[in-house]
Design a protein around this ligand. Structure first.
Ligand SMILES: [Zn+2]
Ligand SMILES: [Zn+2]
Length: 267
């Protein structure tokens, strides 16, 4: 049950002893015994003699910060912005997502966060400005994930809407796709997918499903002539079938909000 400090340290890198900051308040992280999160977006571990602040781990292709929390030997990565909202506001309402008011994804202060609709989350990204008000712009990963998000809005499924964008080594878009049946085919949103109408749990039993996954549609709609290296940006992690499909199609890398996969590493 008790978390070994060394393990915690290995997971989260350099950590600091807690020095209190004026106006900061702390709340327990739900379902964990040894962790707390603050209104300033700091995460604290009590697995030491003295409590320590965990060093957030940035993701390589994504600007959000996360920490690894350990419970009963199981390690789970958590986004700090979600931990803050869950601890101080409450669980994420249905169909809402965590939004940053100032568009700085590393600013996880409570007053910078809110549960908002997908549209609200997108609109906070429409104009990018830095802290002094000058225009700035998203990096390539943010840019393409934003485009994948826009494609997902066309997803034809009552259960889930997913979008993908395929990009070459020059950051030129080679294909776009969303989940749904072939052009002119049946529509899940119109109630024509027996599988999605049934109560099979998500991710299982694709029998009877009329839909192609967004990655599949994206590859079908792409022109990769002359491309040397292909990266696909997806609004969620690819399933195992799609991983195989992407690998077979010669895609080098898949990137989604919570992670990425290098297919070349398999070779
Ligand atoms: Zn469906
Ligand atoms: Zn898939």
């Amino acid at each position: 049950m008790f978390i070994l400090p060394e393990r915690d340290l290995k997971l989260n890198g350099v950590q600091q002893l807690v020095t209190s900051i004026e106006g900061e308040s702390w709340a327990k992280i739900n379902a964990y015994d040894y962790y707390e999160v603050s209104t300033l977006g700091r995460v604290l571990s009590r697995a030491y003699k003295e409590p320590r602040i965990l060093a957030p781990r940035p993701l390589k292709n994504y600007p959000y910060l996360r920490v690894s929390l350990s419970k009963d030997g199981v390690v789970t990565d958590h986004y700090i912005h979600r931990l803050v909202l869950e601890a101080f506001i409450g669980p994420c309402p249905v169909d809402m997502e965590a939004c940053h008011r100032d568009d700085d994804k590393t600013n996880n202060r409570l007053d910078n966060l809110f549960w908002g609709t997908h549209q609200e989350n997108l609109s906070s990204r429409v104009t990018h400005r830095d802290s002094s008000g000058r225009f700035s712009r998203p990096n390539w990963s943010e840019y393409f994930l934003g485009i994948a998000n826009a494609a997902a809005a066309r997803g034809d499924c009552i259960r889930r809407q997913v979008g993908s964008v395929l990009v070459d080594e020059n950051n030129i878009i080679r294909g776009l796709g969303f989940n749904g049946s072939v052009p002119g085919g049946k529509s899940c949103l119109a109630g024509e997918c027996p599988r999605c109408l049934s109560d099979v749990p998500s991710g299982t039993s694709y029998e009877g499903c009329i839909e192609l996954h967004s990655e599949d549609n994206c590859l079908r709609n792409s022109d990769t002539t002359g491309a040397k290296e292909l990266t696909i940006y997806i609004t969620c992690a690819p399933c195992n079938q799609c991983k195989t499909l992407l690998f077979d199609a010669g895609v080098s890398r898949a990137v989604w909000p919570a992670g990425h996969l290098d297919f070349r590493a398999k070779l």
